[in-house]
Design a protein around this ligand. Sequence first.
Ligand code: HT7
Ligand code: ZN
Length: 884
Amino acid sequence: SATVYRKDYIPPTHWVDSVHLEFDLHPQQTHVHSTLIIRPNEDRINNDLVLNGRDLELVRIVMDGRELDRTEYTLMPNGDIVLRGITKEIKLEIENIINPQANTSLMGLYLSKGNFMTQCEAEGFRRITYYPDRPDISAKFTVRINAPKSVCPVLLSNGNLVEEGELDGNWHYTCWEDPFPKPSYLFALVAGNLKCREEKFQLKNGKKALLQIWVEPQNLDKTEFALESLKRAIAWDEERFGLELDLERFMIVATDDFTMGAMENKGLNIFNSRCVLATPEVATDRDFARIESVIGHEYFHNWTGNRVTCRDWFQLTLKEGLTVFREQEFAADMLGDSTARAVKRIEDVRYLRDRQFTEDAGPMAHPIRPESYEEINNFYTTTVYEKGAEVIRMLQTLLGKDGFKRGLEQYIRDHDGSSATCEDFLNAMAEANMRNLSQFTRWYSQAGTPHVRVRTHWDERSATYTITLSQFCPPTPGQTKKEPFFIPFDVALFNSKGKPIALQLQAETNAKGTSRVLELTDEEHSWVFVGVKEKPIPSLARNFSAPIIVDYNYSPEELVFLSQCDNDAFNRAHAMEELSLLCINEMVSDYERGTRMVINPHYRNAFESMLTDKSISPAFKAIALTLPSETRIAEAQPMINPISIRAAIRSLREQLGRQFSHLIMRVFDDNAPNPVYSPNAADAGKRAMRAFCFELLLAGGNAKSLLRARQIFETSKNLTERLDALRIIVNSASPTKFTLLEAAETEWRNEPLLINKWFTLQATATVPMDECPIVDVVQNLVERYPGYNAHNPNNVYSLVLAFCQNNLAEFHRPDGVGYKFWVEQVLKLDRINPQVSSRLARCLDGWRRYTPECSKLMFSALKYVYSQPNLSTDLKEVVGKALN
Ligand code: HT7
Ligand code: ZN
């Protein structure tokens, strides 16, 4: 398949001034009639107009009122049409037919439970009609939708509703006008049997906007939280960045069939149901938090993405990194107090470390702005999104909150209504703050996670403390040598009493503050702090001030100290995590040597001290004490043996549960949640703490806790507690799990949100069920459970992907049954939805790092898939790169 290179970008040959689309909706035969006003781009000499098209049935093309015959245009093998010699403004009318029912890729126009939906980013519009489908062409859109009233009582598109009426044969129509020119990827159409929750919302500028959340009728009672979140997001963007809603109407639609989380179509966002629907009975605390974040994210795109869009898809991080950052700031601001913010930061960084660091160390490593791709859909990655957000955050750290806001204002002023590049963004930031950010661009061009090695020296005689930082970034595919990055490195120094020292650098006349952002721009640099009268303990890269790995040889005693004293909550939890990793690594070695697995005494002390510390919030305690994920542990191992990792974790839980059973029981009782459920962070923290206690108690063999868990599952009214209880039972040896899983199925089978949780519970079970390996349980569900549908991405993610991605010990069984299942699923899903198959395919990215036994089998599985005919470009790129 063809590789597209960033360096090959050429501006379009033609511009589109306006688009009028008319749809006659029919499940198998939707007629699309498009009228385009097109004019040549005076800056280009080439007059060939390329209209992209995929899987379209062309009926006719009429140019300036005359139907073209077949010799007057070229139909390309990929489905595009080329019209040659277009040297003046033309009016093009194109008629084509599409088949939404046969569209299983969920790109373009498709059916979801009988409702029509669209997804056009990145290149889905070409599956609807012929069009120059690229983000640097913006046009004014008007849309008319005709459809049978009984099947599609609701007909929506972008912008304002300007007309509606009745038609013959029980059909009706609506007409929509979008006041803002937009690229084709932001087009949306929704039609079907939907109901909405709506509200007129007062904007800061005095105007009112109509907000609507559209869902299937049975889900109307699950939309209150989404509407409230949307209102909070609108108010926050006005307040924090002065960015106002520019529309009279803002709509959100929920669908069960969606490849990603949501889509920011102008004025008509389309959401995966799981990112919008919530009540305490069907959504967990985490789901509530995620919904608020995703609603914010899509709403914030209205400025960062829609009003200012990307020139080409290589610039994806320009909108995504920036919008993830805005979303994270919004979520943190909604939490209010500083510990709650820290908990959110820890969660975000853990996600980054688990997923993005692994990506950066594997065959798909790419800079946040890739240089090439075979399939752009493969680059909606944690690198572009989450690392992209960290790059934006570093800018805020370097420029300060006000400086960052000034830069963003300038960026929007300079580029409103047009398409931009990452350089445009950095130039605005640099100009507004009079800073030179040229070295900073390396974050956009170099892949890989930089390591920063820290050396320290305290000189008693001169009372100075020297910190030397040196950076190194490992090679990544196609990039062997890296130039130094611009790294903001936040430090503090603690005295033996656990207090931060006032910091003064050698060149300074007096001490300023107790933490300092050092700017590392060279390969190596030293900073000398003066007036340091005792040997301090350093707190490094505080609040994760850069997406780097810090190499510093802390002693276990120092880590215990930081876990108790660091006033940066992020680093306090990080110290705890480092201690637990130290302990788990030792236990992994014990297991592999066949000796008794022993808990590291420093970790044990830190654990006890944090567990009993009454001054810290349950939410912080829960996140700081939760053991690292298996992926995180694997990342730190020279060679991954998932069986040893699982054995070590299990033993650690069991020993902690036994040794601290009384303490844990007390903590459990101290964290009784408010009887009236609210997803607020404080209550959610208590529930998280209780679940943590439960897990340890049960692991430690406390029989009463099993009964208690069962009772909670059977009597609690909120899903968070019920699911935590059920998970703990499913991961125990108790045969009760079968009865309870059956009861859950009976209760949950008609609610997709819940049945997906039921799938995940089983897919991620850490103990085989009745001697039956989990792969067999998953396979059985895939093949025989009537509620599983391979066409539904949520079903696939919560069962198949959850198993292959998150159940390391069961997926990587040395007999290779997990890989055999993976091969079958990847190939089957590739014929349905290539974005889903390539996402699943990435579970084998890390094959080189596993035990030789597993590694060989993983390699064979990848080779087998690669050898199959007719693979999608998505899958071929991912598997091809893994094998390279
Ligand atoms: N901008 C949206 C991307 C997206 C997408 C991309 C490819 C295929 C399907 C998709 N659905 C949504 C989501 C976002 O980041 O806001
Ligand atoms: Zn986004």
